[in-house]
Design a protein around this ligand. Structure first.
Ligand SMILES: *Cc1c(COP(=O)(O)O)cnc(C)c1O
Length: 356
């Protein structure tokens, strides 16, 4: 593909972020979360880069797990939502997967199931998404217990990204109390809990976003946290022009040039995963110089202000986010979260991997 929209994957950054997780939670094993095609980075690419340095990989469904197995990935793989249908139990056995168990239907399936699949029993301590009530812990664990089957116990915080939030302490206390007398490794912390709540690290941690070099915390930048973006999204200028004072830019003519000024047209738009809600003022790098988006982002292109880079030419490099321009800033400008922008990178841009 000659169109210059690219997603540049840096395996060294991913591995360095994994080491940052290890340093933050030195006593814990790591279940690296690679659901949603590894947050848009490419699940096989990410699993290969992590290699034997992770203890397990977490995915959302059997199809994501099978893609890993077919690529030769032999690490333990955990289905974070468990099976959706009983017929998936055979695939779980065939592909040697581990599974979360979070509802009564799955509990019935795995109670009858005769393979020794490792099960991660999930408790809902206040997020009110997946999991059994803590009061049911003894019954659920009892139903699933059998010789040769390993059981692990997990919960998920609603507000771990908020430092000091009382709900996190309450969730942890309810979890600890519910599983106190029960055997099995514990697993609680996502990225923000790894960073904000050391007491939640337990036997296993479940980092997602921080592995990809992005901060889950509003008040701490990724570089502050020692994280490097694993993906840099780039393109190039495909036109450069001078617009007279008062001239309008793009659909709806929402941006009017306050003076005669150079603008650039970038081959990247919302069909490539750029948020259409990123308004005039959203940062972008042209030849490494920080400037701004002008007017409305279109399907395949967007316009940028070239006043800070008056010598920019057709073909010059543009960074939409990544190294030098955190995706957190683009997410904020578009009133969304970095998770959503990363997941969209599967849309069209061609992936390029920096050699290790
Ligand atoms: C997605 C997910 C994670 C990872 O969360 P991050 O905020 O990306 O670290 C951890 N645990 C569960 C159950 C998840 O679904």
């Amino acid at each position: 593909m000659t169109r210059p929209a690219r997603a540049i994957f840096n395996p060294a950054a991913l591995r360095a972020n994994l080491q940052t997780v290890r340093r933050a939670a030195p006593g814990s094993r790591i279940l690296a979360i690679v659901k949603a095609d590894a947050y848009g980075h490419g699940v096989v690419r990410v699993a290969r880069a992590l290699g034997e340095d992770v203890d397990a990989l977490g995915v959302a469904c059997v199809e994501e797990a099978v893609a890993l197995r077919e690529a030769g990935i032999s690490r333990p793989i955990v289905l974070l939502e468990g099976p959706f249908e009983a017929r998936e139990l055979s695939a779980i056995v065939v592909h040697d997967l581990e599974s979360v168990v979070h509802n009564e239907q799955q509990l019935a399936w795995f109670t009858r199931h005769d393979a020794n699949t490792t099960l991660w029993i999930k408790f809902d301590t206040g997020m009110h998404r997946l999991g059994f009530a803590p009061a049911d812990a003894t019954r659920v664990v009892g139903a699933l217990q059998r010789p040769g089957r390993e059981l692990r116990l997990m919960t998920h915080f609603a507000s771990a990204h908020l430092a000091g939030d009382a709900s996190v302490t309450a969730q942890q206390q309810d979890f600890d109390a519910a599983v106190k007398a029960l055997p099995g490794a514990r697993c609680i912390a996502n990225s923000s809990a790894i960073l904000n709540w050391p007491q939640s690290h337990t036997d296993w941690v479940r980092p997602g976003l921080m592995l990809y070099g992005v901060s889950p915390l509003a008040e701490r930048s990724a570089s502050d946290l020692g994280l490097r973006p694993a993906l840099t999204v780039t393109s190039a200028l495909i036109a450069v022009k001078t617009v007279p004072a008062g001239g309008a830019v793009g659909y709806g003519q929402s941006y009017r040039c306050p003076e005669t000024m150079p603008i650039g047209i970038v081959a990247f738009g919302y069909a490539d995963g750029y948020p259409r809600h990123a308004a005039t003022g959203t940062p972008v790098l042209v030849n490494g110089v920080r400037t701004q988006v002008l007017g409305e982002v279109t399907m395949d292109m967007m316009m940028v202000d070239l006043r800070p880079v008056p010598n920019a030419q057709i073909g010059d490099a543009v960074v939409l986010w990544g190294e030098g321009l955190p995706v957190e800033e683009i997410a904020r400008a578009a009133a969304t979260i970095p998770y959503e922008l990363l997941c969209r990178m599967r849309m069209r841009a061609q992936f390029v991997e920096i050699p290790a």
